[in-house]
Design a protein around this ligand. Structure first.
Ligand code: AMP
Length: 214
């Protein structure tokens, strides 16, 4: 099973991907996570991508498609892939078809998380994660059960993404509207798009996604 989770920043792609990994043993391929790891490790890709990411603009198609290709090559053929934050442009959508074919895979579902854009800024500026295990939280919508302590690993260290500020979020939204949303009609023509109400609770969205995959 190979699926794309599509939706603007803050739609819940990362949260839902983590749930799918846990429930179905799929693998999350998040180009954002890969790029943040490259920035942290100060690799050539990371050094090139950092300023672009800080502005909320898109990193080059060649860089992100190569990351996806490399990660798929390292996966065994039975493990399902969740594409999270990729593809984001028409060129990347074409790349993905070629990459999947090369690895003997094909796309089963494109799941679009539909969200109220006005609510997204609040969603994004409130989010943070465990600095140790990466578990995702939100100030109001999904705080740790015990304040200041990670539910998953007990760490007391948390972090926020540098690009989760209001100004950068607006640029990221505009990039989504202008470059990513236009790839949907192509997938619609293939009959593989399903829309899910991304404003529902985390559990309800997960249930709706599982119903699509069943
Ligand atoms: P994300 O974690 O998916 O919100 O991605 C964070 C940032 O990484 C984006 O704002 C872009 O600068 C960059 N990025 C992630 N995925 C892609 C992609 N598929 N194409 C271009 N840039 C990307």
């Amino acid at each position: 099973m190979n699926i794309i989770l599509l939706g603007p920043p803050g739609a819940g792609k990362g949260t839902q991907s983590a749930g799918l990994v846990e429930r179905h043993g799929m693998r999350q391929l998040s180009t954002g996570d890969m790029l943040r790891a490259a920035v942290k490790a100060e690799t050539p890709v990371g050094l090139e991508a950092k300023a672009v990411m800080d502005r909320g603009e898109l990193v080059s198609d060649a860089i992100v498609s190569a990351l996806i290709d490399d990660n798929l090559a390292a996966m065994d053929a039975q493990t399902g892939a969740i594409f999270d934050g990729y593809p984001r442009t028409a060129a990347q959508a074409d790349d993905l078809d070629r990459i999947l074919a090369r690895h003997g895979r094909s796309l089963d579902h494109v799941i679009e998380l539909e969200v109220d854009v006005d609510a997204l800024v609040e969603r994004i500026t409130g989010r943070f994660s465990c600095a140790n295990c990466g578990a995702l939280y939100h100030d109001t919508a999904n705080p740790p059960a015990k304040p200041g302590v990670c539910d998953t690993c007990g760490s007391t260290e948390f972090k926020r993404r540098p690009d989760d500020n209001e100004e950068t979020v607006r640029t990221r939204m505009e990039e989504y509207r202008a470059k990513t949303a236009p790839i949907l009609p192509g997938y619609e023509a293939r009959g593989i798009v399903t829309r899910v109400d991304g404003m529902a609770s985390i559990d309800d969205v997960a249930g709706a996604i599982d119903a699509i995959l069943a």
